[in-house]
Design a protein around this ligand. Structure first.
Ligand code: ATP
Ligand code: FE
Length: 351
């Protein structure tokens, strides 16, 4: 069977066709980065309108690239939250129309479950596994024991790392999304020049904090500007490299603790990383080394499947569908939808 997956919860309009045999037949992503570039962040109204305008094109392209028609699709999966409500609503309404028109089952998917189940699509991981989900809006360790069985082992108590990357880029005059831009700059920089804080790193538990890092970065930047009148390219690269090193250290250090906790609770030794920040090569290298040291198998999806995409939604949809779970026309768009309370298919009024 083939599943069509739609994603529109943030600033990417995406559609993909994925098979039950874990094949990604197509995956199209329309980034809205250019539309939001002048605003220094995603503008919800602009995002919602752009999704509404582009969903049919992106679906058409995904079907064409996969070489199939809508009739050959088994079911339509769509992100039903969490995210910017206008965008989620655009996707849910579009998917309802598509499913009803073609007489196909509709499957509402939690966007975070999409990220967290991606290693099952890309590497066929068996349950249970430890997941570090690290993205634009989230950062958490999850024990993943089933398609809807997520236990949170810890996570950020303030900002998400992706957010920190984006703010860092903004502070340094780099383009959005900040992650790739900061990573690129960091390749030319000295990660040891600035000794940025590693909050909570020596504390027990798996909780993390990233908001102090942002403040430290701003202070370091302002100090250079005060002393020298401005930032050189080398200053900027060093700031990026030192920032990235701090984020990677915190995540890697806490991952060591999470692996210990996970082995104790679940008796398994597999770890995977997912979400947009998982595209970061320095982080991936640090995590892989820590995993190897702890005797864990390490999985990181290809970069294009770490950031938002339709394939992860199609796959998470399939995981629900094969358990006989579908939604009907009452499927609601939910701005907030924590993963560790994903117990049953969400029907009705949402929230
Ligand atoms: P969420 O999934 O939490 O709802 P989101 O969908 O906006 O948030 P993703 O698309 O999963 O987040 O990830 C986007 C985030 O990943 C952005 O903050 C971006 O800066 C960050 N990111 C992307 N590539 C990299 C990279 N190479 N290094 C660091 N961060 C990155
Ligand atoms: Fe995401």
């Amino acid at each position: 069977p083939l599943i069509l997956g739609l994603e529109s919860s943030c600033d990417d309009t995406a559609a993909a066709v994925v098979s039950a045999e874990r094949e990604v037949l197509s995956s199209r992503v329309f980034s809205q980065a250019d539309l939001h570039a002048d605003f220094g962040g995603v503008v919800p109204e602009i995002a919602a309108r752009a999704h509404a305008e582009r969903l049919d094109i992106v679906v058409e392209q995904a079907l064409a690239e996969a070489g199939v028609t809508l009739a050959e699709i088994e079911a339509v999966a769509v992100t039903a939250g969490p995210g910017l409500i206008g965008g989620v609503l655009s996707g849910v309404m579009f998917a309802k129309g598509l499913a009803a028109g073609a007489g196909k089952p509709l499957i509402g998917v939690n966007h975070l479950a999409g990220h967290a189940l991606t290693p099952r699509l890309t590497d066929g991981l068996e349950f249970p596994y430890l997941m570090l989900l690290v993205s634009g809006g989230h950062c958490q360790f999850l024990a993943v024991a089933g398609p809807e069985e997520f236990t949170r082992l810890g996570g950020t108590i303030d900002d998400a790392p992706g957010e920190a990357f984006d703010k860092t880029a903004k502070l340094l005059g780099l383009p959005q999304p900040g992650g790739p831009a900061v990573e690129q700059e960091a390749t030319q920089g000295d990660p040891t020049r600035f000794d940025f804080p590693r909050p909570l790193i020596d504390r027990p538990g798996c909780d993390m904090s990233f908001s102090g890092l942002k403040t430290a970065l701003r202070r370091a930047r302002d100090q250079i500007i005060t002393e020298k009148g401005g930032l050189t390219l080398q200053d900027r690269a060093d700031l990026c490299a030192s920032f990235q090193a701090a984020v990677a250290d915190v995540l890697t250090g806490k991952t060591r603790r999470a692996m210990t906790a996970f082995t104790e609770s679940h008796g398994a030794t597999t770890i995977a990383v997912a979400g947009g920040v998982a595209a970061n090569r320095t982080l991936r290298a640090g995590l892989e080394a820590a995993a190897t040291e702890a005797g864990f198998a390490f999985t990181a999806p290809p970069l294009a499947l770490c950031t938002d995409n339709g394939a992860m939604i199609a796959w998470a949809g399939w995981e629900r569908y094969r358990l006989g779970q579908t939604d009907d026309m009452t499927l609601a768009a939910r701005p907030r939808w924590p993963l560790d309370t994903t117990a049953a298919p969400m029907l009705g009024s949402g929230r």
